[in-house]
Design a protein around this ligand. Structure first.
Ligand code: AMP
Ligand code: MG
Length: 346
């Protein structure tokens, strides 16, 4: 299949959006930017179209898809019940990086929900995404547009790297804003529960809903995660990755020691630091992930930095830890997964 790339970096162009919408309406696959990561879209209410997503990504069929809508009124068709909590969250955070799990309606095929009786719904806050959702029929299933097991794409070139030749179209909208997937909150239990941390954090959800729980699987307990996708080992870079924890100073000193030792052993170390710390390190390939003064720069670059290291001949990576105030939980959730939970105390 020939994958067409459309350049919308300077903004939505209705003619392109209409062409992309037509591809979706006839059951095709279109990758597009959202504020979190790039999504791989298909008509969520067409089981055959949704099935193509699993095939293109190599995604396990029990890992359900999030349905993206562009208008609040659209939700009625895909859920069987709208709890008060969903209305309040939508008012506070939609359009935005929040996904809600709700009981599904008959209209939603089981292929889309990985066989579950619940459905994940999100309204993204990205002009191109919302225009495309409307043009494509209003209900677009869109998991991250990467091959399963690779880091989620945060720019169009990442999508092409993984899916060129396997999908109909890529819409290039430039680099994304947040860089980590949406927060997922399950509203089908008595207590709303976070299944995946993201930009909308626990404190923000609790300000709207009162008590919000966190899935036990996210707290390190050895139980099955409620979001089926969270059980898969997400992504391991080619080089072994270690996260070093401690005070800012302890971390820098320890990483520098580890990198020097690696060089002595004939290895090629890589380091993930920040704008504030990068000058400190005396050896290894040092990459700044962003600045601690603006933590969204850290979330935005996490996946691209992991992809960059894969293109280098680095054999071991040492990363600082990023327990930042707002997004620390989400950033460390993805980084720890990538490191296979290998942590060194500084
Ligand atoms: P992605 O779109 O690639 O970010 O992946 C979607 C995530 O949402 C995966 O972790 C899924 O397991 C999760 N998810 C989607 N639908 C449901 C659902 N009905 N119940 C629980 N988790 C879900
Ligand atoms: Mg994904």
């Amino acid at each position: 299949m020939q994958t067409v790339t459309e350049d919308l970096r300077s903004g939505p162009d209705q003619a392109v959006i209409d062409r992309a919408g037509a591809v979706l309406r006839r059951g095709g696959l279109v990758a597009f930017p959202t504020e979190t990561v790039y999504g791989l879209g298909a008509d969520a209410l067409d089981a055959d179209a949704a099935a193509k997503i699993y095939a293109a990504k190599g995604r396990p069929s029990d890992n359900p898809l999030i349905i993206h809508i562009a208008d609040w009124e659209a939700i009625g068709r895909i859920v069987s019940e709208i709890p008060e909590s969903a209305k309040r969250l939508a008012e506070a955070f939609w359009p935005g990086p929040l996904t809600m799990i709700l009981p599904k309606s008959e209209a939603v095929p089981l292929t889309t929900t990985g066989g579950l009786s619940t459905v994940a719904v999100r309204m993204p806050n990205h002009e191109i995404a919302r225009a495309l959702i409307r043009a494509g029929g209003g209900y677009i299933a869109a998991p991250s547009a990467n091959t399963s097991g690779r880091p989620s794409p945060t720019e169009a070139s990442h999508v092409a790297e993984d899916l060129d030749g396997a999908i109909d179209m890529i819409i290039d909208g430039g680099s994304v804003q947040i860089g980590l997937e949406s927060t997922i909150v399950d509203l089908t239990d008595k207590v709303p529960t976070i299944l995946r941390p993201g930009y909308i954090n626990q404190e923000m959800l609790e300000a709207v809903l009162g008590t919000v729980a966190v899935d036990a699987a996210l707290c390190g307990e050895n139980v099955r995660p409620k979001a089926p996708g969270m059980k898969y080992r997400h992504y391991a870079p080619k080089a072994e990755l270690f996260i070093v924890e401690g005070t800012r100073r302890q971390v820098r000193v320890r990483i520098d020691e580890l990198a020097r030792k690696a060089v002595q052993e004939g290895k090629k170390p890589g380091i993930i630091g920040t704008d504030e710390s990068k000058e400190y390190y005396t050896c290894g390939l040092v990459k700044s992930i962003g600045t601690r003064a603006d933590e969204i720069t850290i979330s935005r670059h996490l996946y691209s930095i992991l992809r960059e290291f894969d293109h280098s001949d680095i054999s071991v990576i040492y990363s600082e830890s990023f327990e930042t105030p707002h997004m620390g939980q989400a950033i460390m959730n993805r980084l720890l997964k990538a490191a296979g939970h290998q942590v060194i105390k500084g």
